[in-house]
Each structure stands twice: as C-alpha cells, then as structure tokens.
Ligand binder design. Structure first.
Ligand SMILES: Cc1cc2nc3c(=O)[nH]c(=O)nc-3n(C[C@H](O)[C@H](O)[C@H](O)COP(=O)(O)OP(=O)(O)OC[C@H]3O[C@@H](n4cnc5c(N)ncnc54)[C@H](O)[C@@H]3O)c2cc1C
Length: 436
C-alpha cells in the first residue's frame, strides 16, 4: 500500500466487532479500511472468546440487544449475504441454563424481562435439572470461596431452588472464523483490510480527526476513525487524547478459561449446554473433544488482575485450578488434570462492565470499546449501532444532547443509544461482572 491513502473511515481493529462495523459502514456506502497488527481477522480477544450467545442480562437494554442479536446468529448466512458454499461459523443452539441463587435474587428480574420481551424460557426444578444433566450435584455450595478456605467444597445447603432455561441460546463453534466471515461480507461491499500494521498515532486537522500514522511511518487519511481495538482500547483512546473527557473508562483484565474432559460415561459435547452458576462462581459450556469449558463469573473473593495489554504474563495461574475445583463441586466426577489447558486472554473491561458505543470529544473519532467479556454475541448489532451513530453524527446530530434511538427490527423494540454513552453515570443495575 503506497503513502497517503484516503478512506472515509479507518477502523482500528479487525476483530468480530471491528469487522461488523466495517460491514455496516460499507453498506452505507462509506469507503472503509480496517487496520490490525495481527496477520488475520479475529486473532485478538475474538479468537479467545467462549462465544456464548445468551439472551439474559442484568439490564433491560442488555436483554433486548442480546435477544435482537441472537437472530443474526440464527440467520448468519442471510445476514452475511453469503451462500452455503461459504465456510461459515456455526451456531450450536444447545440452550442456556441459569441457576436461581440468592446472589441473583432467584432470577426475579431476568424472568420478568424474559416475559416482557417474549423470550422463550422454562423453569426447571432440581429434579428436572438432574434429568437433563445426570452428572450434576444440585446442592448449595455458595457463597463462592477461595480454594484455600477451610470450608471450600463443603455443601452449605440442600438443593438449589431451581433454574431458568433459555432455549434460544448456545455458542459459536469458531469465533475467529466468524470474524473472517464478516471480513468476507464487508469486502464484497468494498471494505479494505490491512494486516500486520500497528497504529501508533492518531492525527487531527482543523479540530477533527484526519487519519492515522502506522508504526512504519505510513500516513493514512480519513475523516472518521473508529476505535475497536479490544483490550488496547484504552491505549487508542489515549492516542486520540479523548480519555479525559470520558466518565466511563476501559482497562485490560487478565482472564483464564479451562478446558477439562467431561466426567466419564457422559457426552458433554452432545448433552451439555451453556450454564451460568453464581453458586459456584463459574459459567460453562460444552467444548469440542467432549470437554467442559469453564470460565469465571468474577466472584468477589477473587482478585482482579488489570494489566498493560502490551506487557503481561500469558501463562496460566492458580486461578485455573480454582475454577476447575469450583466446577467439580457441581460435577463430582469431573477429572482434575495436572496440566492446565484452555485459554489465557484479556477482557477490555469498562467501569460498569457495559460497553461504550459512542462518539468522543474529538469530532470524527468514535469508539466501540469496553466489551467486558460479554459483547461477542452483540457484534452484529454493535456494527449497526456504530453505523447509525456515525452516519447521524457526521450529519450534524448532537448525540450527547439528544441520544439517538435505534429500532430493533427482529424484536420490534426501540433502544436509546444513550445507554452506551461514555459519559453515563455508572449503571448500578449492572452485575459489575462478565455477566454484564
Ligand atoms: C476469554 C474470553 C471469553 C469471552 N467469552 C465471551 C462469550 O462467551 N460471549 C460473549 O458475548 N463475549 C465473550 N467475550 C468477549 C468477546 O470475545 C469480545 O467482546 C469480542 O471478541 C471483542 O471483539 P473486538 O472486535 O472488539 O476486539 P478484538 O477481537 O480484541 O479485536 C481488536 C483488534 O485490534 C487490534 N489492535 C489493537 N490495537 C491496535 C493498534 N494500535 N493497531 C492495530 N491494531 C490494533 C488487535 O490486534 C485486535 O485484533 C470473551 C472474551 C474473552 C477474552
């Protein structure tokens, strides 16, 4: 690529969200360029993602957006305008079960929202849970403890009250491929992609953004620049000089995900489903190779390790074993391997674990950041939100004063994009965890 290229919009990052932004902006007729320091799309936090598609959140807007987004995964080929000859990521719609616990107020709000939004759901008692998952121990173990606690692993009560099961949920088998699918779809609309290139500077002219400078000194011009840099979002916002204006900020959090073989005699890959279990502080889902994938729901007893996304220890820690031992309370026959297998990665966490989809104090500079370990599922809608915001703001709309509304076509609801503002006050309804 020669010097002084010109585009309408530069998107920093080619993960699942960055590529969805490219797809939607290209549909609006903008000439876009995604720039990524990796060699292919989706190689950042997208490739580490558990890619769980669920429809329950702590907030009403969170639920509405997730349920709308579910429909795009369900209709992935049509959304991408692809054909069955294309190698597409697959949505494994195995459903998602959430245990009713004291910590989540027995899911009172989640059930109310599901009713309000007409999201299909079932209430399961412990007997039904055991019928569906014969390896399970439904005794109470919470509140979640550190594994060094003397009473760790001792039950604290008989059966949990029950659970809520959402059939319209599951996971994507290959999140990196889904980002590449979006690249293909965007490319067909004219979008361009530049890999192995790092943005080191964001330039301005006449009080607005005017492009970027790459590490090799190359300058690329655009009057719109979008920060979709995942765990590097904070660094990119600092480059643009917009961070001080933001009430909600982002930072990188180290997380570990465990892959452990299924209890023997049980086909977890076929019979398992996505589970959120605040009684043991873990979420889980089936994983290829008849494994159980175990992530953490960030219980209060665990220390949070925020890091510099350019300098951090990428090895597993004691946290891996803690998550497996916690899960073993629920599956007493869960093997506990001596070798840690799974994923070590970074979440791009916002102060209230809700993303920021917004403009900034620098005209022309936008951001889709703070995905907080829970926005993979919303990537298609994040693309639409950003395209709507960018087109309207560039047309002179003051989104800070008069937040833009967006129609959710599948579920026939309108949402107020002010919910995702960088200048919101911390949303107290949030779980302040990966659950969003
Ligand atoms: C372990 C883990 C589990 C998760 N599980 C789930 C889940 O089950 N469900 C769910 O909904 N969400 C989940 N998430 C969250 C979800 O994966 C992310 O929200 C999503 O992938 C973010 O996509 P993105 O495009 O914003 O960022 P990324 O995929 O991180 O892409 C950002 C890109 O920007 C590039 N970049 C950064 N800085 C620069 C620069 N200066 N110059 C050039 N390129 C740059 C990086 O190379 C990277 O490729 C999980 C995340 C993790 C880490």
């Amino acid at each position: 690529m020669g010097n002084e290229q010109n585009f309408d919009a530069i998107i920093i990052g080619a993960g699942v969200i960055g590529n969805a932004v490219a797809f939607e902006l290209s549909k609006q007729g903008l000439k876009t360029l995604n720039i990524d320091r990796n060699h292919v799309s989706g190689y950042g936090s997208t490739s580490a993602s558990c890619a769980i598609i669920r429809v329950h959140y702590s907030t009403f807007d969170g639920c509405a957006l997730a349920y709308e987004s579910y429909h795009f995964w369900k209709d992935w080929m049509a959304y991408l305008e692809a054909s069955e000859h294309d190698n597409l990521a697959t949505f494994i719609e195995c459903g998602c079960m959430i245990y009713q616990t004291e910590q989540n107020n027995y899911l009172d709000k989640v059930i109310k929202r599901a009713e309000e939004l007409n999201i299909p759901h079932e209430l399961w008692d412990p007997k039904k849970i055991k019928e569906k998952l014969r390896i399970v121990d439904t005794n109470k173990y919470g509140p979640v403890k550190s594994t060094s606690d003397k009473s760790f692993g001792s039950k604290t009560g008989d059966d949990l009250r029950g659970s809520v099961f959402f059939p319209t949920a599951g996971y994507i088998n290959d999140p990196q491929l889904s980002a590449q699918n979006l690249q293909m779809a965007a490319s067909k609309k004219g979008a361009k992609f530049l890999f192995k290139s790092s943005v080191k500077e964001i330039i301005q002219e006449k009080g607005r953004v005017s492009g970027v400078v790459l590490e090799n000194g190359e300058k690329i011009n655009a009057k719109i620049v979008v920060n979709v840099a995942g765990p590097h979002s904070m660094k990119v916002n600092q480059m643009a000089g917009v961070e001080n204006d933001m009430n909600i900020k982002t930072k990188a959090l180290k997380v570990e995900v465990c892959h452990v073989p299924s209890p023997s005699g049980f086909n977890y890959e076929k019979e398992g489903f996505v589970i959120s279990d605040s009684d043991i502080g873990c979420y889980s889902r089936p994983e290829i190779g008849n494994n159980v994938l175990i992530g953490s729901e960030d219980p209060e007893c665990d220390e949070r390790l925020f890091v510099d996304p350019d300098i951090w220890d990428e090895s597993f820690s004691e946290q891996w074993r803690a998550q497996v031992l916690r899960q073993a309370q629920r599956y007493p026959d869960l093997p506990i391997p001596s070798n840690s297998k799974g994923v070590v990665a970074l979440y791009d966490v916002s102060d209230d674990w809700i993303p920021i989809y917004d403009k900034s104090s620098l005209p022309g500079f936008y951001m889709a950041v703070g995905s907080s370990g829970n926005q993979y599922k919303n990537a298609p809608m994040a693309g639409k939100i950003m395209a709507e915001l960018i087109v309207k703001c560039e047309d002179g709309h003051d989104h800070d004063k008069d937040p833009i509304k967006l129609q959710l076509n599948y579920i026939d609801r309108e949402i107020d994009l002010g919910f995702y503002s960088r200048n919101r006050i911390i949303n107290e309804e949030s779980s302040m965890s990966v659950l969003g």
